[in-house]
Design a protein around this ligand. Structure first.
Ligand code: ARG
Ligand code: ZN
Length: 850
């Protein structure tokens, strides 16, 4: 039995809501299974609409009573909402509903996590709290009264009154319902304060469950840095008397920018040196910044409809990336971002889930909080900035804030401020928002009479629903190097607008070596015939750190793919080039660590597939292990020295510099452990006083002797810390030997601490397996079966996380016919599950394709 096709929503069908709201009052009487929500909403006809149809969203609500202008009404109620006859004049709508937070396992709307009440309303969760026009273009001011026995009762805006068993909040800034939040719990605060540049005093708090107080300091510092940065770089000041952050353990995503009351997945805010890795610290800093920056890009200026999601997310990701590059190393941040972009967004853009940065239709909007909307959305802004220049970018942003403050805006509004600032026509540039797929950029070159000619040809492969693609504007940053290694032409940005286009550089004494797409100036796939000698040259001499790294990465990928397709061995060209960088003390350790890291198995699989081969996960695994061992043997004389040089005296600091040293030390440890039977790793594990080094060592030992002893010690040490135990689950499934991965995962799902309803634990465990390519793609299909079983089980409780995790199957067409048949059978089985959610139905249907 197949579930019936859910309804699609189209961008082209946008219509304004027939009514405007002059103010909302909400009253919550909290009880785990019977919370009463009373609402009072002042509506008036919207002059921009000719409809007077009154429909309010509402799902899973028990309607107790409804009134219009004080008179009881009997509205028509369906699974999706409520319809009533209303006057063609201002009127007051009142309702009382009952909801059950405790049984809300979907974690959308008002739910309970670890004994506290919390909310997640983006995108369409408010309709599970009360009847309301739950769409981002309906903005209103909110007054909220909460009655409950918890010691902390929070909502958006400023506190108005508090007393025994109640609290009242008033948010003076009009906002859409998706930014509503409520928290109630017996929590403790980590308090601080911030004075804005115009002298306004703001109270800051991070609220956590008792026991987590010691993990808030870093997040608080990151928040204050974000507030200062947004004032200095974007001129944006905070606009309420108080800013609260709350950490919750059960959360579908990373965090949420609710006005004045950000709610965070505890994994994205809580950190201490003993429990969080360097990567965790950096990510926390970035997410705190991201949510804070939403106060302007998302909250003060919001989205007209959910098709415009990239308006706030692409821009806010871009801003948090800028922030992190300012706080840490710009070069390292760019390389990290491109690694993530390629791993997630390129994978999505080149498979069945490809969609434009601004999609044209959806069934379930939660399925479009994607790498494409977020990360490609941010890349588009980076390109725009590159094309118009830093000064114009700044002017355009000022105009954006001035013109659209308090509004629900569109991508057209966004592009218009750039057009008005610069006089440029951005209609071709707008294709980046409407066309899906990653452009391929083919490069050829010629040199004659001192003139060097670069010719580019762009082509974007078809994506679902879009067979034809038009040429896009592509900013290509290029620099030229002399054969002796000097730079003869500094970086310039070539603006490609045609399908095929040449650019000339004259007055050159010798044929230069080009460094193309510096800083990864556009999200495209560069295709260029080149040699490993040239890659090694660029790795040694390029002045652009991104392209320097990229040259080393290309060299490694070339070696690995040839090992797999031509039965080559690891060549000395790769080893010598890598070894130079490894030994070069003048380079930033974090950069050296990045050069040492091997491309992921998934990256190799996609590369092979693009070149017309069928990737074999287990051979890819073996090839990567072989290269690592070659690195280790080739560098064995220097490894102990680098390891020792990277030692840091004194207390742990999560700053970029010491973190970079630990990253290089960890990369070296992983090589060393292939030669010394794990001695150094065992020593590091025993001595570690921070999670970064403890986990690095444990990862090495898992590969050697499955780390039995250390796994047990780790579990004993950390069994009461949920976030650390997520790492324990994840490491074992992610790093299990291919033949043991499924079994290990299955055993862990039977562990007493495997709480499958907790998204972090579920993702750590099953997501570890799906990221373990050779294990997940085990030829007997057992990996597929185990994951599908769990997705089916989770779907009944939490559709959102299920749908998101189903993307582990999105690259199924890369593999051989047997694996494709096995995956297809599992996807079909999922789709045939009775009462499968709309979320998962949409995802699996798209993954299967036609
Ligand atoms: N707006 C949040 C962010 O900062 C993401 C929340 C989305 N949540 C969801 N369930 N779709 O990016
Ligand atoms: Zn966001």
């Amino acid at each position: 039995m197949t579930n019936e096709a859910p309804q699609k929503i189209y961008l082209a069908e946008y219509k304004p809501f027939p009514f405007l709201i002059d103010g909302v009052e909400l009253n919550f009487d909290l009880a785990p299974r019977a919370t009463r929500v009373k609402s009072k909403i002042n509506f008036r006809p919207n002059p921009d609409s000719d409809s007077r149809e009154f429909f309010l969203h509402g799902e899973n609500l028990k309607l107790i009573s409804a009134k219009i202008d004080g008179k009881e009404i009997s509205p028509e109620v369906t699974d999706l909402g409520l319809t009533a006859d209303v006057p063609n004049a201002p009127f007051v709508f009142e309702a009382e509903v009952e909801i059950s937070p405790e049984t809300n396992t979907a974690l959308e709307g008002l739910y309970m996590s670890g004994g506290m009440y919390c909310t997640q309303c983006e995108a369409e969760g408010f309709r599970k709290i009360t009847y309301y026009p739950d769409r981002p273009d309906v903005m209103a001011t909110f007054k909220v009264r909460i009655q409950g026995s918890e010691s902390v009762l929070l909502s958006n805006g400023n506190p108005v009154e508090q007393g025994e068993g109640f609290a009242e909040w008033h948010d003076p800034w009009p906002k859409p319902a998706y930014l509503f939040a409520l928290v109630a719990g017996n929590l403790v605060a980590h308090p601080d304060s911030f004075t804005t540049k115009s002298g306004k005093e703001v109270e800051l708090n991070i609220y956590v469950r008792p026991g987590d107080e010691g993990k808030c300091a870093f997040g608080m510092e990151a928040l204050k840095r974000s507030m200062t940065w947004d004032e200095e770089v974007y001129g944006r000041e905070y606009d309420l008397d108080i800013f609260n952050i709350v950490a919750v353990d059960d959360f579908n995503m990373g965090a949420m920018e609710n006005k004045g009351l950000n709610i965070f997945n505890s994994s994205c805010v809580l950190a201490s040196p003993e429990t969080a890795t360097d990567a965790n610290f950096e990510r926390i800093e970035g997410i705190i910044a991201h949510e804070y920056f939403h106060n302007w890009t998302g909250n003060r200026i919001t989205c007209r409809d959910w098709f415009q999601l990239c308006l706030k997310e692409g821009l806010t990701v871009f801003r948090d990336q800028q922030f992190t590059s300012d706080m840490r190393s710009r070069a390292v941040k760019r390389i990290d971002d491109v690694i993530t972009l390629r791993a997630r967004q390129f994978r999505e853009d080149n498979g069945p889930l490809a969609h434009p940065v601004r999609p044209e239709s959806f069934v379930e909007i939660n399925n479009f909080y994607t790498a494409t909307v977020y990360d490609k959305g941010a890349e588009i802004i980076g390109m725009l900035k590159r094309l118009v220049g830093d000064e114009n970018y700044k002017r355009a942003l000022s105009l954006y804030f001035e013109r659209h403050d308090g509004e629900a805006a569109t991508i057209e509004d966004w592009l218009k401020v750039f057009e008005d600032t610069t006089g440029r026509d951005l209609s071709q540039f707008a294709l980046w928002y409407s066309q899906a797929g990653t452009p391929r950029l083919k490069v050829s070159e010629a040199f004659e009479d001192g003139t060097y000619i670069l010719t580019f040809k762009q082509e974007t492969p078809p994506t679902p629903g879009q067979s034809e693609k038009d040429p896009r504007v592509i900013p290509i940053a290029v620099g030229l190097l002399n054969p002796n290694g000097d730079e003869v032409r500094e970086t310039c940005v070539l603006e490609m607008t045609e399908e095929e286009q040449s650019f000339r550089f004259s007055g050159l004494a010798a044929k230069p070596i080009p460094s193309i797409l510096r800083e990864f100036s556009a999200p495209v796939i560069l295709e260029r015939e080149t040699t490993n000698a040239e890659r090694a040259f660029l790795l040694a001499h390029d002045t652009d750190p991104f392209n320097k790294w990229e040259a080393g990465r290309a060299l490694a990928k070339d070696t690995i793919t040839r090992m797999l397709t031509e039965d080559r061995t690891v060549g000395s060209d790769l080893l010598d080039a890598i070894s130079k960088v490894r030994r070069d003390d003048s380079l930033d350790p974090a950069f050296r660590a990045l050069v040492l890291a091997l491309p992921s198995a998934d990256d190799i699989a996609q590369t092979l597939f693009d070149a017309g081969h069928t990737p074999d996960p287990s051979r890819i695994h073996t090839a990567l292990e072989t290269v690592a061992l070659s690195y280790a043997t080739h560098l064995q004389d220097v490894l102990p020295k680098i390891y020792a040089d990277m030692h840091i005296d004194g207390p742990y600091s999560p700053d970029a510099e010491p973190a970079g040293k630990r990253a290089l030390q960890g990369a070296v440890l992983s090589l060393l452990s292939r030669l010394d039977g794990g001695n150094q790793a065992r020593a590091q594990f025993a001595a570690a006083d921070n999670m970064t080094q403890q986990l690095q060592a444990l990862a090495c030992l898992l590969r050697i002797d499955r780390g039995r002893e250390q796994l047990a010690a780790f579990e004993e040490q950390w069994k009461d810390d949920r976030l650390v135990m997520d790492k324990w689950f994840n490491l074992q499934t992610a790093l299990a030997a291919p033949e043991a991965a499924v079994q290990t995962t299955e055993a862990l799902t039977k562990h007493a601490a495997f709480d499958w309803k907790n998204p972090n634990r579920f993702r750590a465990t099953l997501g570890g397996l799906t990221g373990n390519m050779a294990g997940f793609h085990s030829p007997d299909g057992s990996g597929y079966r185990l994951v599908a079983d769990w997705l089916i089980k989770l779907d009944a409780a939490n559709p959102q996380t299920t749908a998101r995790m189903s993307t582990c199957f999105d690259s199924w067409r890369r593999y051989d016919a047997d694996r494709q048949a096995l995956i297809k059978a599992e996807l079909t089985r999922i789709l045939e599950t009775p009462k499968l959610s709309r979320d998962t139905t949409e995802m699996v249907t798209r993954i299967l394709g036609d």
